[in-house]
Every structure is written in structure tokens, then in C-alpha cells.
Design a protein around this ligand. Structure first.
Ligand SMILES: Cc1cc2nc3c(=O)[nH]c(=O)nc-3n(C[C@H](O)[C@H](O)[C@H](O)COP(=O)(O)OP(=O)(O)OC[C@H]3O[C@@H](n4cnc5c(N)ncnc54)[C@H](O)[C@@H]3O)c2cc1C
Length: 416
């Protein structure tokens, strides 16, 4: 396991149920990088129940809904309020990782070793070797080592372990509230409505602009003190790397979003000179999630496009399902059976969400102006009938899922 969100979530859940956990992380220190991540209402509740987030957590903003805007004019197309199931929560990736780390440090049965890159695994012996030559043997190895997983090729066919480019990349940055407040009192000739700009951070709403081949999502995080801005754009291979620390020159962002809503152009103007840029890769549905006593989870297993805000939710469902099946077995010899139940309970669900993220990509990035008009008219009509529209509906469709119940049911079926 590592200190990614999937690894730490699983470590905390297992340790709280009495297991001893060793976390091996390749980086030497936890860098507070990335930007906002979405937590579904169920994911937020799970983090509260595990003592990672507090009910009145200031790091999170519970969003009342999403406003969809015309990409060029900024005109409001429709507003979709949070559904009865609950609200989407927004948090900085780094804040959530720190909250997980703090929680892990309160649990005496978790040991975390930084600068411990796993370089080899012996599946038969359930042991791994780190770059310093240290060997560790355990009852179970959980590979939560992200999209470029070292362990995945040992568990499933190497061709299925390859990350696949999606031809999209994401510029991500945050702006402090103070900067936006300062901006609102200054003279400005950009054509951006200053109050509306400030409203983006003051109000608990997300906003999205879907344009040809691109889209932008903006929402407040950290108790409305930071504005999170994600600009999805076609991947230029020369520009972005598959790394959370890769940067693009601001001029590329300006160029890519020229002609968009003046508000967005203003936000880009306020961005730092170097903007984090990340090529979006995915894994195709993984044919095998476990081998012997080794199991894959999180992005190592099913990295997906972030367009339905399901990356963390699926990692947490993995953690829930895995801890459930491990709590129901009576001896380590039943671990392969438990892992089989884990895989069966998760595979179909994850494949369905992965497929939906591709549909969302198509819907968000329509290039033809007439197709965009029809889509946006449909959204407006849905809004007038108090219905959620397309991608929002798709997103919320996946919010209710009892990963523990499904995993337990599958395991009980295998045990008879
Ligand atoms: C630094 C960072 C910033 C991110 N920021 C955002 C964001 O702003 N918004 C967003 O939507 N998503 C972000 N993500 C992705 C998001 O966290 C994941 O999609 C999701 O949470 C599932 O995470 P994961 O733990 O499975 O994988 P990851 O988050 O990729 O974590 C994998 C971990 O494994 C470690 N690791 C890799 N190889 C080895 C090895 N051989 N030995 C030991 N350790 C290893 C990595 O250093 C990393 O800590 C970020 C990921 C990272 C790593």
C-alpha cells in the first residue's frame, strides 16, 4: 500500500478492524499537490465514519448543485440542485491526503515507510522488495500504487496493465479568495462581471462550461478560501506528462481557451505563470484483480476519466469491499476466496462507471454547434421540469451503492 488516497483509505479501514498494516510509499515526502477532488455524499460519510473527516469539516465544501453555462457567452443554461441522495463535496486532494495521514498516525497498527519504492514482487511467497533491497512478507499485499502500478503486470496480463492515453489533459490550478476579492475592487477591462467572478468562490455551487473538445469545471474548496479550476483540453503530447507535478506555460492555457466566457479568461489571467497540467490516462477494464494473496485497487486497478467525479468514490468502495470480505473469513487460507469475492463484487460496477465516463466525455465535448444547441436545449428543458440533465444525472446515478453488502453477499455465495 502507499500514501495515495486509495492506499491510505484502505490502510485506515483495515487497521480500524484490527489488522496490522505496513504502508510503503515511493516518494520521500508527501507533497501537497493537485487540486480539488469530488467526494460523493456517501464517500464523505464514509470518511466521517472512519474518523478521517469531521461532520463540520472545514476542508470540504458541500455543494448545493451545479450551474451549466454556455462556453462562449457564459449565459446560464440551467441550474441543477443536489439530488435527494445528498450533496457533492469538494476538497483539495492534498487536504484529504493530509487528513488521511493524520488519521493513520493515530492508529498504532499502521506503520508508514516513505522513500520505500516497491521494485519487485514474489506473488507465490506474498513478498515484495523495495529499492533499498528490503524484503517484506505478509498475509496480503494490497497494490494501491496508482496508474503506473509496478505490481499490476504481475497480477494481470501485462498488456492490460498499460495505461491508455485518452487524448485529453487537464490544467488544474487554484486561486485564493483574497486575490478574487482584490480583483473585484480593481478596474478591469476584460469584460468579466466582477461580482459573478467573486460569486464563483462565495456560493456553494459548481459551474461547468462544455465547449468543443474541451470543458471547464470550477468550484470552491477549503471553506470557500480557494477556487478550484480544472480545464480539460486536447492532449498535446509535447506539453504534458503523466505526472502530477508536470507544468504548462500559462500562454498555452490562454491560447486553448481564447474565445471562451470572459470570466474564464479572467481566471486564467489570474493563474500562476506555470499551470499544473496532467495527461489523462485510463486503464481498460482489468481482467484479473488478484493473484494468490495480492490484490489491486484504486487507480492501479481501474483508473478512469474524472468526468463523473468517481475516482475517490470508487477507491473508497474498493476499501469498503476489501475490508468487508477480510472481516468475514476465518483464516489466511481463505484470503484467495475473499479476494475473488472482492473482485466479483466490484468488477461490473466499475466497468459500468468507466463506460459512463466515456459517454460523458462525448457529451461534454460535442464539436458541432447544432449538436451543442440541441444538448443545451435538452438541459434547459430538463431543468424546467426539475429533472437533472444528462451528465449530472449520470453522475448521480452511481451515488447509491452498498459496497459492503454486495461484497458480503458474493462471499457468502462462495463460502457455501
Ligand atoms: C500527487 C497526486 C495528486 C493528485 N491530485 C488530484 C487532483 O487534484 N484531482 C483529482 O481528481 N485527482 C487527483 N489525483 C488522482 C486521485 O487521487 C486518484 O485518481 C484517486 O484518488 C485514486 O488514487 P490512488 O490512491 O489509487 O492512486 P494515486 O493517487 O495515484 O496514488 C498512488 C500512490 O502510490 C505511490 N506509488 C507509485 N508507485 C509506487 C511504488 N512502486 N512503490 C511504492 N509506492 C508507489 C505514489 O507515489 C502515490 O502516492 C492525484 C494523484 C496524485 C498521486
Amino acid at each position: 500500500m502507499s500514501v495515495g488516497l486509495a492506499g491510505l483509505s484502505t490502510a485506515v479501514a483495515l487497521a480500524r478492524r484490527g489488522h496490522s498494516v505496513l504502508v510503503l510509499e515511493s516518494t520521500s515526502e508527501l507533497l501537497h499537490v493537485g487540486a480539488g477532488v469530488a467526494l460523493t455524499s456517501a464517500t464523505r460519510r464514509w470518511y466521517e465514519s472512519e474518523g478521517v473527516l469531521q461532520p463540520n469539516e472545514e476542508a470540504c465544501v458541500a455543494l448545493d448543485g451545479i450551474e451549466l453555462r454556455n462556453w462562449a457567452t457564459g449565459d446560464l443554461i440551467t441550474k441543477t440542485a443536489a439530488n435527494p441522495v445528498g450533496k457533492q463535496n469538494a476538497i483539495h486532494h492534498g487536504d484529504l491526503q493530509l487528513a488521511l495521514l493524520s488519521r493513520a498516525q493515530t492508529l498504532p497498527n499502521i506503520e508508514i515507510q516513505m522513500d520505500a519504492r516497491v521494485v519487485d514482487i514474489d506473488i507465490e511467497a506474498t513478498s515484495i522488495t523495495t529499492s533499498s533491497g528490503e524484503q517484506h512478507t505478509a498475509d496480503l499485499i494490497v497494490a494501491a500504487d496508482g496508474i503506473r502500478s509496478t505490481i499490476k503486470p504481475y497480477v494481470c496480463p501485462p498488456e492490460a496493465a498499460k495505461a491508455v492515453p485518452t487524448n485529453d489533459a487537464a490544467y488544474r490550478f487554484t486561486l485564493p479568495r483574497q486575490l478574487l476579492e482584490l480583483q473585484s475592487t480593481s478596474d478591469d477591462s476584460s469584460g468579466a462581471d466582477q461580482d459573478a467572478l467573486l460569486g464563483l468562490i462565495q456560493r456553494p455551487w459548481a459551474s461547468r462550461w462544455d465547449g468543443p473538445g474541451k470543458h471547464v469545471v470550477v468550484y470552491p474548496i477549503r471553506n470557500h478560501q480557494l477556487l478550484n479550476i480544472v480545464l480539460i483540453h486536447p492532449d498535446r503530447e509535447d506539453q504534458a506528462e503523466e505526472s502530477w507535478t508536470s507544468m504548462a506555460d500559462k500562454s498555452h492555457v490562454t491560447e486553448d481557451f481564447r474565445g471562451w466566457d470572459p470570466r474564464l479568461q479572467k481566471l486564467i489571467e489570474l493563474a500562476p505563470q506555470k499551470v499544473p497540467n496532467f495527461r489523462l490516462f485510463v486503464h481498460e477494464v482489468c481482467p484479473a484483480w488478484h493473484k494468490g494473496h495480492t490484490v489491486l485497487l484504486g487507480d492501479a486497478c481501474h483508473a478512469m476519466l474524472p468526468y463523473l467525479g468517481q475516482g475517490v468514490a470508487q477507491a473508497v468502495e474498493d476499501a469498503t469491499a476489501l475490508t468487508t470480505v477480510l472481516s468475514l473469513i476465518e483464516s489466511p487460507s481463505q484470503i484467495p476466496l475473499a479476494l475473488q469475492a472482492f473482485e466479483t463484487s466490484r468488477k461490473e460496477r466499475v466497468a459500468e462507471i468507466q463506460a459512463a465516463t466515456y459517454q460523458a466525455q462525448t457529451k461534454l465535448h460535442l464539436k458541432d454547434a447544432e449538436a451543442q444547441r440541441i444538448r443545451d436545449d435538452d438541459r434547459k428543458a430538463a431543468g424546467q421540469q426539475k429533472q437533472n440533465s444528462d451528465v449530472v444525472q449520470m453522475q448521480q446515478q452511481y451515488w447509491v451503492w452498498d459496497a459492503a453488502e454486495v461484497a458480503a453477499r458474493v462471499l457468502r455465495g462462495l463460502l457455501v
